[in-house]
Ligand binder design. Structure first.
Ligand SMILES: Nc1ncnc2c1ncn2[C@@H]1O[C@H](COP(=O)(O)OP(=O)(O)OP(=O)(O)O)[C@@H](O)[C@H]1O
Length: 215
């Protein structure tokens, strides 16, 4: 298994329990859609997986590594090399060009590979945009850059939080098609949060979060 959640509990300070015994696993190369009502804890689960936050109890195993046992430096290293994130709000760096944005995380992770990045640029239809800045791009174009930036690292796991939530139907379909094709090409696993049943149905498996657990 690439990713295992064992009985994960998480309560934010002063709040009610958000995750109350989540158990779930994801195989290498598998795609899983995570659905659930607003506020059910989907983003929380993604953030815990990305080592951006800590859980209270239980264990997350990522590629065999128990996340609870890692110190901050090891968490940061794992985050850089194993996990990539795509958000609803593209989160590109405005002062960098498309090409620079696309290679940014790979450079940080010591995995800058011009040939692979050129391939991603072509596959994502970004070849004519590499010198442009994010400001002038459409939402669909920006999200394609963000997908390229994520996959340039060659992550084992891609985490996507409502990746098409800010796009119209046409752009959304194009971005989802490209993301699924490139994920399959790279052999990465995908954990994707969505409100859309139509999107969830395109992935290998679906899991529904309700009352702090997987239903
Ligand atoms: N940093 C935080 N501090 C305190 N409470 C938080 C924090 N982040 C999230 N919450 C609360 O935890 C609960 C779950 O939030 P989360 O964002 O994980 O849900 P979600 O399922 O992703 O929701 P949505 O579909 O609306 O994005 C919510 O009640 C939210 O208000």
């Amino acid at each position: 298994m690439l990713l295992e959640f064992h009985d994960i509990h998480k309560t934010y300070p002063g709040g009610r329990p958000v995750l109350n015994g989540v158990s779930l696993s994801l195989d290498q190369g598998q795609t899983l859609a995570l659905t659930g009502e607003s506020g059910s804890g989907k983003s929380t689960l993604l953030n815990l997986t990305a080592t951006l936050d800590r859980f209270d109890s239980g264990e997350i195993l990522l590629d065999g590594t128990a996340l609870s046992r890692l110190g901050d430096a090891d968490r940061a290293a794992l985050r850089r090399t194993h996990v990539a994130l795509v958000f609803q709000q593209f989160n590109l760096i405005p002062s960098l060009t498309v090409g620079q944005n696309l290679s940014f995380h790979a450079r940080l992770a010591g995995r800058h590979d011009p040939e692979w990045e050129a391939h991603l640029t072509r596959r994502l239809g970004l070849s004519d945009l590499t010198g442009r800045y994010p400001e002038g791009l459409s939402g669909g174009q920006q999200q394609r850059v963000a997908i390229g930036r994520a996959l340039a690292v060659r992550p084992r796991l891609l985490l996507a939080d409502e990746p098409t939530g800010n796009l119209d139907e046409t752009a959304s379909a194009a971005v989802l098609d490209l993301m699924l094709a490139l994920v399959a090409e790279t052999g990465a696993a995908l954990l994707l949060v969505t409100h859309s049943q139509a999107i969830a149905a395109r992935l290998d498996r679906q899991a529904h979060l309700t009352n702090g657990r997987i239903a």
